[in-house]
Design a protein around this ligand. Structure first.
Ligand SMILES: [Zn+2]
Length: 392
């Protein structure tokens, strides 16, 4: 169905290059319904069963396309992915959404699960902390916002399937990531011209700090061999629409938007946050209601989260400022990006100390070092299986 709707306004070629990665999530693990013995689990309705049937058909179609493409290129058809027994993850329908059993997720990752008063911890190569009443997790010390709080049901705890597939899994494993070439990076310094951006002190304007950081970032990435395109190189106004169109036209492999935060209410707030596009049918971090809208940016949900996590992690390691987490929002440039994209809020210009730091060249260099090392970690995660050491 979604194919039919999309095909109407997107040429066939684009449909596969842009939208295929999003459709490939069915092949890593096999989900099984929780046996009806657990009585508190809701049984799927007819409509939900129909959705599952459609998903199965869609997965079969994706497999067929992959086989066809492989045959066209004269390669042997890729084998159907073998599902290891440990990969069986049971799910349940709760309030019309699919949730996976956290116990099974732990087993899938070969991690130890422990229960605390306020939440659950999975430990192994990585450490993941969940909280019962919070839409957030902490992965290897970095705050990663979820789209839904985990749900306890009796002795069992469930995680929203989207949080598992799109947020947690691509961060702790490389296998779910879409492997794409990383040659051209688009850097987008936020605001400009008549749009000053967030209000800082009189002498510091967000648009200027963004541009200074972006210019340093461009120089550093170019010296590493990347081709860099900037949405603006001077103090001029560009609309969000123009930024999105530029991205679509230039087809970069990565899109990094640079911003600074500010708050008028509380000038003690400081720290860094990195945004990925909000997955479809989920609530953004700063909202409580689910939004159903989506865009091309959603084709790269998994890569967006991995990129955001790596950049946030390196930024916190370098600056040692407060980790305000990896969040998700439907920002225009993220929603319309035609490649994996993030928006970095590099700090609060409204905070007296952090604001002053952000205007300083030495601190901007630190921010750049953090972003660059995050991009490098992301690039490593895209390497073919045999050269990467991360669990797959
Ligand atoms: Zn901004």
């Amino acid at each position: 169905m979604i194919y039919k709707i999309l095909a109407r306004w997107i040429p066939r070629q684009r449909l596969f290059t842009v939208f295929l990665p999003a459709l490939l999530w069915g092949d890593i693990f096999e989900a099984h319904a929780v046996p009806p013995a657990t009585q508190r689990v809701y049984q799927p309705t007819r409509a939900q069963q129909r959705i599952e049937e459609e998903n199965r058909k869609r997965d079969a179609r994706v497999q067929a396309i992959r086989r066809q493409n492989a045959a066209k290129q004269g390669q042997p058809a890729p084998a159907e992915p073998a599902v290891p027994p440990s990969a069986k993850i049971r799910y349940a329908w709760i309030n019309s959404r699919r949730f996976v059993l956290l116990q099974d997720v732990a087993r899938f990752y070969n991690m130890k699960i422990s229960y605390q008063k306020d939440g659950i911890t999975l430990t192994g190569t990585d450490s993941i902390r969940f909280f019962y009443d919070k839409r957030m997790s902490v992965v290897n010390g970095i705050t990663l916002y979820l789209t839904h709080a985990p749900v306890p049901r009796g002795a069992l705890v469930y995680l929203d399937e989207k949080d598992f597939l799109l947020v947690i899994d691509p961060v702790v494993r490389d296998a779910p990531l879409w492997r794409h070439p990383l040659g051209t990076i688009m850097i987008d310094p936020g605001h400009g011209g008549r749009d000053n951006g967030a209000p800082g002190s009189k002498t510091i304007l967000e648009k200027n700090v963004n541009l200074m950081i972006a210019a340093k970032l461009a120089t550093r990435l170019r010296s590493m061999g990347y081709r860099v395109i900037m949405t603006r190189t001077d103090d001029r106004f560009i609309s969000l629409q123009q930024r999105a169109e530029f991205c679509e036209k230039m087809k970069p492999d990565l899109y990094i938007s640079i911003h600074c935060n500010a708050t008028e209410k509380n000038r003690t707030i400081r720290g860094i946050e990195t945004f990925a596009m909000t997955p479809q049918d989920t609530a953004s971090t700063n909202e409580t209601r689910r939004g159903s809208s989506s865009g091309p940016g959603n084709s790269f949900d998994k890569n967006n989260y991995r990129l955001a996590y790596e950049v946030q992690k390196s930024l916190i390691a370098v600056t040692r400022t407060e980790d305000r987490g990896v969040k998700h929002a439907r920002f225009f440039v993220l929603r319309n990006a035609t490649c994996p994209a993030i928006l970095v809020e590099t700090g609060f210009i409204s905070h007296p100390a952090e604001g002053a730091l952000l205007a300083r060249s030495a601190y901007q260099d630190k921010i750049v070092t953090g972003i660059v090392s995050g991009i490098s970690s992301y690039a490593k995660s895209l390497r073919p299986p045999e050269t990467s050491k991360k669990r797959r």
